[in-house]
Design a binder for this molecule. Structure first.
Ligand code: ATP
Ligand code: MG
Length: 391
């Protein structure tokens, strides 16, 4: 029995003239994701991508698992493929779905006939396959309204496909189809979620992490690396920069009024990230900020950080409650790592009473005490990159 995976495109189907590019991007991403499972052939037709095993002994469960994290896929379907001949379709359905058909009481057959040259119309194909299955499985009755199992027959250009339903894909649009953006990633719950949400909307993500040794430990950095590694399942390969931030934080501690510590620090982060992002061809910055979550995430505080960069700052979790962010982080499997208790540079030198309604003019005045340009240059030059491959 030959098996195949059918990938149903989601929003890509709506992309008009660009559809071909989106599909090619999706195929490229699927190929990369499946590399460790084995060798596959890819083809596309009628809003569907056909993934055919090109070697013996391929674990299709594993392939389905890998593809379930590829953005741009609306639904996935593991299916038997056979000749477009009614007798063959009937026996294939009986054989391929024998376990499922034996385990249920009611079923129905649905047919999609996109090959309009096939001699029988859809209802007749369903009726014939249904009749055949009833003759083979005496436990079965037809229930068209509420069946335990739906047997689907798809008659397409290159063959007939029989399966028992599709599983939902990751949704979204293919990573890379919208360009590239730089994610400011901490070790917390929110920023990995923000990165994956933007990957879901088609962005390739690079990471930027600010580390302040010895105030932040090797373990804290390792935690961020583990998070980035997890994210690669959804985002594909990720290049991450680690920016040395100790000197800047010490300068802030020594020269900035305490209630402005966090804000000045965040303005440094934005400026440094912008420089790295532009060098890396990124069109935006991404952060994990959520309105009102902490003092540095009030509307006024966000205004004071936005103003130091000309790049758009994407904050996909801005309107989400913590619970919703946690649910997403469980889904992308970063939650358990995120809650490990290691310090972040944001948690060293935290003010007791941070300003919640800061003014840009005050911040500009305060920053005059610092060698902004020199500190930023040094941090950018000291940034070290490391690549994380999807596994
Ligand atoms: P998270 O859960 O992502 O850590 P948070 O709610 O703890 O977010 P903050 O610590 O105030 O919030 O950080 C807000 C955002 O600033 C983060 O989501 C992240 O985008 C960025 N950020 C914070 N710390 C760092 C860091 N050390 N390196 C890079 N970006 C950071
Ligand atoms: Mg944090």
């Amino acid at each position: 029995m030959n098996e195949i995976i059918l990938i149903k495109n989601g929003e890509i189907a709506l992309k008009g003239l660009n559809r071909g590019n989106f599909e090619d991007m999706l195929i490229k991403n699927c190929k990369r994701r499946l590399r460790r499972v084995g060798s596959f052939k890819f083809s596309k037709a009628q809003s569907t991508i056909y993934v055919t095993p090109a070697q013996e002994d391929i674990d299709l469960d594993e392939a389905m698992d890998c593809l379930s994290t590829v953005y741009g896929i609306a639904a996935l379907c593991r299916s038997a493929v056979c000749e477009k001949d009614m007798q063959v379709i009937c026996t294939t359905a009986a054989e391929y779905l024998a376990d499922q058909l034996s385990a249920v009481k009611t079923f129905k057959v649905e047919t999609k006939r996109s090959d309009k040259r096939f001699p029988l119309p859809s209802p007749q194909i369903s009726a014939e396959v249904g009749g055949y299955l009833l003759s083979k499985f005496h436990n079965l009755k037809v229930d068209v309204h509420n069946p335990d199992l739906i047997v689907t027959v798809e008659v397409r250009d290159f063959g007939a496909y029989v399966h028992a339903g599709q599983t939902p894909g990751a949704g979204g649009i293919p990573v890379g189809s919208g360009g590239r953006a730089a994610l400011l990633i901490s070790g917390g719950i929110d920023s990995p979620v923000a990165g994956c949400m933007m990957a879901k909307r088609g962005l390739e993500v690079i990471g930027i992490h600010f580390a302040s040794p010895p105030y932040t430990s090797d373990r804290a950095l390792y935690k961020v690396e583990q998070l980035v590694q997890k994210m690669t399942r959804w985002c594909g390969r990720i290049y991450m920069y680690v920016v040395p931030f100790t000197k800047i934080q010490e300068e802030i501690r020594d020269k900035v009024p305490e209630d402005y510590f966090t804000l000045v620090m965040r303005r440094f982060m934005m400026r440094i990230s912008e420089k790295i992002a532009l060098r890396e061809n990124c069109g935006a910055l991404i952060t994990g900020e959520s309105l009102g979550q902490v003092a540095s995430q009030t509307m006024q505080a966000l205004g004071c950080t936005d103003i130091v960069t000309t790049l758009p700052v994407l904050r996909p979790v801005i309107g989400m409650d913590k619970e919703e962010i946690v649910a997403f982080s469980r889904k992308i499997d970063t939650f358990e790592i995120s809650i490990q208790p290691y310090e972040d540079c944001c948690t060293v030198f935290t003010p007791a009473h941070p300003k919640t309604k800061p003014k840009v003019a005050d911040l500009e005045e305060i920053e005059k005490a610092l060698d902004m340009e020199g500190l930023i240059r040094e941090a950018v030059e000291g940034a070290e990159g490391k690549v994380f491959h999807q596994n």
